[in-house]
Design a protein around this ligand. Structure first.
Ligand code: FPP
Length: 255
Protein backbone atom coordinates (compact mmCIF):
# COMPACT_ATOMS: atom_id res chain seq x y z
CA UNK A 1 0.00 0.00 0.00
CA UNK A 2 1.38 3.41 -0.92
CA UNK A 3 1.36 6.14 1.66
CA UNK A 4 -0.65 9.24 1.09
CA UNK A 5 1.80 12.08 0.51
CA UNK A 6 1.09 15.18 2.59
CA UNK A 7 3.49 17.19 0.46
CA UNK A 8 5.39 16.04 -2.60
CA UNK A 9 7.85 13.38 -1.50
CA UNK A 10 6.92 13.20 2.19
CA UNK A 11 4.46 11.28 4.33
CA UNK A 12 2.75 12.38 7.50
CA UNK A 13 4.66 10.79 10.39
CA UNK A 14 1.80 11.48 12.81
CA UNK A 15 -0.71 9.50 10.79
CA UNK A 16 -1.79 6.01 11.78
CA UNK A 17 1.77 4.63 11.55
CA UNK A 18 1.87 6.36 8.15
CA UNK A 19 -0.53 3.77 6.74
CA UNK A 20 -3.10 5.99 5.07
CA UNK A 21 -4.36 4.43 1.87
CA UNK A 22 -3.42 6.42 -1.19
CA UNK A 23 -6.69 7.82 -2.63
CA UNK A 24 -5.12 7.98 -6.09
CA UNK A 25 -4.41 4.22 -6.07
CA UNK A 26 -1.19 5.09 -7.87
CA UNK A 27 -2.81 7.04 -10.73
CA UNK A 28 -0.71 10.09 -11.63
CA UNK A 29 -2.61 11.32 -14.70
CA UNK A 30 -6.35 11.02 -15.24
CA UNK A 31 -8.26 12.19 -18.31
CA UNK A 32 -12.01 12.59 -18.57
CA UNK A 33 -14.42 12.71 -21.51
CA UNK A 34 -17.14 14.72 -19.79
CA UNK A 35 -20.23 13.55 -21.62
CA UNK A 36 -23.94 13.81 -20.88
CA UNK A 37 -24.63 17.46 -20.04
CA UNK A 38 -27.40 17.60 -22.64
CA UNK A 39 -29.07 14.40 -21.45
CA UNK A 40 -28.83 15.55 -17.83
CA UNK A 41 -30.71 18.73 -18.74
CA UNK A 42 -33.26 16.87 -20.88
CA UNK A 43 -34.04 14.43 -18.06
CA UNK A 44 -34.82 17.39 -15.83
CA UNK A 45 -36.75 19.28 -18.55
CA UNK A 46 -34.17 22.07 -18.41
CA UNK A 47 -32.48 23.94 -21.28
CA UNK A 48 -29.24 22.35 -22.58
CA UNK A 49 -27.35 25.47 -21.48
CA UNK A 50 -28.15 24.63 -17.86
CA UNK A 51 -26.71 21.16 -18.38
CA UNK A 52 -23.43 22.71 -19.47
CA UNK A 53 -23.55 25.17 -16.56
CA UNK A 54 -23.99 22.28 -14.15
CA UNK A 55 -21.16 20.55 -16.04
CA UNK A 56 -18.82 23.41 -15.15
CA UNK A 57 -19.77 23.05 -11.47
CA UNK A 58 -18.83 19.38 -11.72
CA UNK A 59 -15.50 20.40 -13.31
CA UNK A 60 -14.82 22.79 -10.44
CA UNK A 61 -15.57 20.13 -7.80
CA UNK A 62 -13.57 17.37 -9.50
CA UNK A 63 -10.52 19.62 -10.01
CA UNK A 64 -10.59 20.48 -6.28
CA UNK A 65 -11.00 16.87 -5.25
CA UNK A 66 -8.28 15.61 -7.60
CA UNK A 67 -5.86 18.24 -6.25
CA UNK A 68 -6.65 17.25 -2.66
CA UNK A 69 -6.17 13.57 -3.46
CA UNK A 70 -2.68 14.19 -4.85
CA UNK A 71 -3.41 13.49 -8.52
CA UNK A 72 -0.50 15.01 -10.47
CA UNK A 73 -2.30 15.74 -13.73
CA UNK A 74 -5.84 15.87 -15.02
CA UNK A 75 -6.87 16.38 -18.65
CA UNK A 76 -10.46 17.38 -19.40
CA UNK A 77 -12.12 17.24 -22.83
CA UNK A 78 -14.03 20.54 -22.84
CA UNK A 79 -14.39 21.30 -26.57
CA UNK A 80 -13.41 19.07 -29.44
CA UNK A 81 -12.35 20.14 -32.91
CA UNK A 82 -15.59 18.47 -34.06
CA UNK A 83 -17.81 20.43 -31.62
CA UNK A 84 -17.86 23.39 -34.05
CA UNK A 85 -20.65 21.54 -35.85
CA UNK A 86 -23.00 22.18 -32.89
CA UNK A 87 -25.64 24.93 -33.16
CA UNK A 88 -24.13 28.41 -32.91
CA UNK A 89 -25.98 29.34 -29.72
CA UNK A 90 -24.66 26.24 -27.97
CA UNK A 91 -21.10 27.09 -29.01
CA UNK A 92 -21.66 30.62 -27.67
CA UNK A 93 -22.90 29.17 -24.36
CA UNK A 94 -19.88 26.86 -24.05
CA UNK A 95 -17.43 29.66 -24.85
CA UNK A 96 -19.18 31.94 -22.34
CA UNK A 97 -18.85 29.27 -19.65
CA UNK A 98 -15.19 28.81 -20.47
CA UNK A 99 -14.57 32.57 -20.15
CA UNK A 100 -16.37 32.67 -16.80
CA UNK A 101 -14.63 29.56 -15.50
CA UNK A 102 -11.12 30.86 -16.18
CA UNK A 103 -11.94 34.31 -14.82
CA UNK A 104 -13.60 33.06 -11.65
CA UNK A 105 -11.24 30.19 -10.81
CA UNK A 106 -7.81 31.54 -11.72
CA UNK A 107 -7.17 32.81 -8.15
CA UNK A 108 -8.12 29.42 -6.75
CA UNK A 109 -5.79 27.66 -9.22
CA UNK A 110 -2.98 29.81 -7.93
CA UNK A 111 -3.86 29.29 -4.27
CA UNK A 112 -4.01 25.53 -4.77
CA UNK A 113 -0.84 25.19 -6.81
CA UNK A 114 -2.64 24.29 -10.02
CA UNK A 115 -0.75 24.85 -13.25
CA UNK A 116 -3.10 25.40 -16.16
CA UNK A 117 -2.29 23.88 -19.52
CA UNK A 118 -4.33 23.87 -22.71
CA UNK A 119 -4.14 21.15 -25.33
CA UNK A 120 -5.59 21.64 -28.78
CA UNK A 121 -5.45 24.51 -31.21
CA UNK A 122 -6.89 27.10 -28.80
CA UNK A 123 -5.47 30.01 -30.80
CA UNK A 124 -8.47 29.57 -33.13
CA UNK A 125 -10.87 30.62 -30.34
CA UNK A 126 -12.09 34.22 -29.91
CA UNK A 127 -9.25 36.69 -29.30
CA UNK A 128 -10.41 37.61 -25.79
CA UNK A 129 -10.47 33.93 -24.77
CA UNK A 130 -6.99 33.40 -26.23
CA UNK A 131 -5.78 36.38 -24.14
CA UNK A 132 -7.46 35.05 -20.99
CA UNK A 133 -5.87 31.65 -21.55
CA UNK A 134 -2.42 33.07 -22.29
CA UNK A 135 -2.56 35.16 -19.11
CA UNK A 136 -3.71 32.18 -17.05
CA UNK A 137 -0.98 29.95 -18.53
CA UNK A 138 1.66 32.53 -17.69
CA UNK A 139 0.32 33.24 -14.22
CA UNK A 140 0.15 29.58 -13.18
CA UNK A 141 3.29 28.38 -15.00
CA UNK A 142 5.30 27.84 -11.81
CA UNK A 143 2.60 26.03 -9.82
CA UNK A 144 3.53 22.42 -9.25
CA UNK A 145 0.89 20.64 -7.19
CA UNK A 146 -1.30 19.54 -10.10
CA UNK A 147 -1.42 20.23 -13.83
CA UNK A 148 -4.91 20.86 -15.16
CA UNK A 149 -4.94 20.45 -18.93
CA UNK A 150 -8.10 21.62 -20.66
CA UNK A 151 -8.64 20.29 -24.17
CA UNK A 152 -10.01 23.10 -26.34
CA UNK A 153 -10.57 22.82 -30.07
CA UNK A 154 -8.78 19.52 -29.54
CA UNK A 155 -8.76 16.43 -31.71
CA UNK A 156 -6.14 13.69 -31.34
CA UNK A 157 -5.75 13.31 -35.09
CA UNK A 158 -5.22 17.05 -35.48
CA UNK A 159 -2.70 16.94 -32.60
CA UNK A 160 -0.81 14.13 -34.37
CA UNK A 161 -0.87 15.96 -37.70
CA UNK A 162 0.63 19.04 -36.01
CA UNK A 163 3.25 16.85 -34.30
CA UNK A 164 4.20 15.17 -37.59
CA UNK A 165 4.51 18.58 -39.26
CA UNK A 166 6.85 19.87 -36.54
CA UNK A 167 9.01 16.73 -36.77
CA UNK A 168 9.05 16.97 -40.59
CA UNK A 169 10.18 20.59 -40.18
CA UNK A 170 13.14 19.47 -38.04
CA UNK A 171 14.02 16.85 -40.65
CA UNK A 172 13.77 19.49 -43.36
CA UNK A 173 16.10 21.81 -41.48
CA UNK A 174 18.57 18.97 -41.05
CA UNK A 175 18.34 18.94 -37.24
CA UNK A 176 16.76 15.47 -37.14
CA UNK A 177 17.63 12.23 -38.90
CA UNK A 178 14.40 10.43 -39.96
CA UNK A 179 15.95 7.07 -38.97
CA UNK A 180 16.40 8.36 -35.41
CA UNK A 181 12.72 9.19 -34.90
CA UNK A 182 11.27 7.17 -32.03
CA UNK A 183 8.12 7.11 -29.90
CA UNK A 184 9.65 9.63 -27.47
CA UNK A 185 10.10 12.20 -30.24
CA UNK A 186 6.44 11.86 -31.12
CA UNK A 187 5.34 12.11 -27.44
CA UNK A 188 7.49 15.22 -27.09
CA UNK A 189 5.89 16.83 -30.15
CA UNK A 190 2.34 16.32 -28.84
CA UNK A 191 0.42 18.95 -26.85
CA UNK A 192 0.71 16.78 -23.72
CA UNK A 193 4.54 16.87 -23.78
CA UNK A 194 5.97 16.89 -20.27
CA UNK A 195 2.86 15.48 -18.60
CA UNK A 196 3.03 12.12 -16.79
CA UNK A 197 1.89 9.08 -18.81
CA UNK A 198 -1.89 8.79 -18.96
CA UNK A 199 -2.97 6.19 -16.38
CA UNK A 200 -6.74 6.33 -16.45
CA UNK A 201 -9.21 7.54 -19.07
CA UNK A 202 -12.77 8.00 -17.85
CA UNK A 203 -15.85 8.55 -20.01
CA UNK A 204 -19.21 9.41 -18.50
CA UNK A 205 -22.75 8.92 -19.81
CA UNK A 206 -22.52 5.34 -21.05
CA UNK A 207 -20.94 5.97 -24.45
CA UNK A 208 -18.20 3.45 -25.20
CA UNK A 209 -15.78 5.27 -27.50
CA UNK A 210 -12.75 7.56 -27.36
CA UNK A 211 -14.07 10.21 -29.75
CA UNK A 212 -10.67 11.37 -31.02
CA UNK A 213 -9.34 12.03 -27.50
CA UNK A 214 -5.71 11.31 -26.50
CA UNK A 215 -5.36 8.43 -28.99
CA UNK A 216 -1.57 8.25 -28.74
CA UNK A 217 -1.44 8.85 -24.98
CA UNK A 218 -4.05 6.18 -24.17
CA UNK A 219 -1.99 3.31 -25.67
CA UNK A 220 -1.63 1.65 -22.25
CA UNK A 221 -4.14 3.62 -20.20
CA UNK A 222 -6.84 1.87 -18.25
CA UNK A 223 -10.32 2.74 -19.50
CA UNK A 224 -13.29 3.36 -17.22
CA UNK A 225 -16.82 3.88 -18.50
CA UNK A 226 -19.72 4.90 -16.29
CA UNK A 227 -23.40 5.52 -17.05
CA UNK A 228 -23.35 8.56 -14.75
CA UNK A 229 -23.98 11.78 -16.66
CA UNK A 230 -21.17 14.32 -16.30
CA UNK A 231 -23.06 16.86 -14.12
CA UNK A 232 -23.63 14.06 -11.58
CA UNK A 233 -20.00 12.89 -11.56
CA UNK A 234 -18.71 13.67 -8.06
CA UNK A 235 -16.03 12.71 -5.55
CA UNK A 236 -17.62 9.31 -4.90
CA UNK A 237 -17.67 8.55 -8.62
CA UNK A 238 -14.01 9.53 -8.93
CA UNK A 239 -13.15 7.34 -5.94
CA UNK A 240 -14.99 4.44 -7.62
CA UNK A 241 -13.05 4.94 -10.85
CA UNK A 242 -9.74 5.11 -8.99
CA UNK A 243 -10.58 2.00 -6.98
CA UNK A 244 -11.30 0.17 -10.24
CA UNK A 245 -7.97 1.44 -11.60
CA UNK A 246 -6.18 0.21 -8.47
CA UNK A 247 -7.67 -3.27 -8.92
CA UNK A 248 -6.41 -3.63 -12.51
CA UNK A 249 -3.41 -5.73 -13.41
CA UNK A 250 -1.37 -3.47 -15.69
CA UNK A 251 1.02 -5.46 -17.84
CA UNK A 252 1.98 -2.96 -20.56
CA UNK A 253 2.17 -5.76 -23.10
CA UNK A 254 4.12 -8.07 -20.78
CA UNK A 255 2.62 -11.00 -18.94
C1 FPP B 1 -20.85 16.82 -23.45
O1 FPP B 1 -22.18 17.00 -23.18
C2 FPP B 1 -20.09 17.92 -22.93
C3 FPP B 1 -19.35 18.78 -23.69
C4 FPP B 1 -19.71 19.39 -24.95
C5 FPP B 1 -18.02 19.13 -23.19
C6 FPP B 1 -17.95 19.37 -21.72
C7 FPP B 1 -18.19 20.80 -21.38
C8 FPP B 1 -18.36 21.23 -20.13
C9 FPP B 1 -18.32 20.35 -18.93
C10 FPP B 1 -18.62 22.65 -19.91
C11 FPP B 1 -17.46 23.55 -20.26
C12 FPP B 1 -16.19 23.17 -19.60
C13 FPP B 1 -15.28 24.02 -19.07
C14 FPP B 1 -13.98 23.51 -18.57
C15 FPP B 1 -15.53 25.46 -18.94
P1 FPP B 1 -23.19 16.83 -24.39
O2 FPP B 1 -23.75 18.15 -24.70
O3 FPP B 1 -22.53 16.14 -25.53
O4 FPP B 1 -24.24 15.88 -23.71
P2 FPP B 1 -25.25 14.91 -24.48
O5 FPP B 1 -24.41 13.87 -25.20
O6 FPP B 1 -26.03 14.34 -23.34
O7 FPP B 1 -26.06 15.75 -25.40
Amino acid sequence: MRLMPTKKGSTDPKSDAGQIADPTHGARHIAIIMDGNGRWAKKKHLPRALGHKKGVEAVRDIVRVAGEMGIEAMTLYAFSSENWSRPEDEITDLMGLLRQYIQSDIDEFDENGIRLKVIGNYKALDDDIVDLIDNALERTANNDRMTLAIALNYGAQDEMVRAVKSIAESVNQGSMDPQEIGADHISDALDTAGMPPLDLLIRTSGELRLSNFLLWQSAYSELYFTDTLWPDFDKRELQRALKSFGDRDRRFGGR
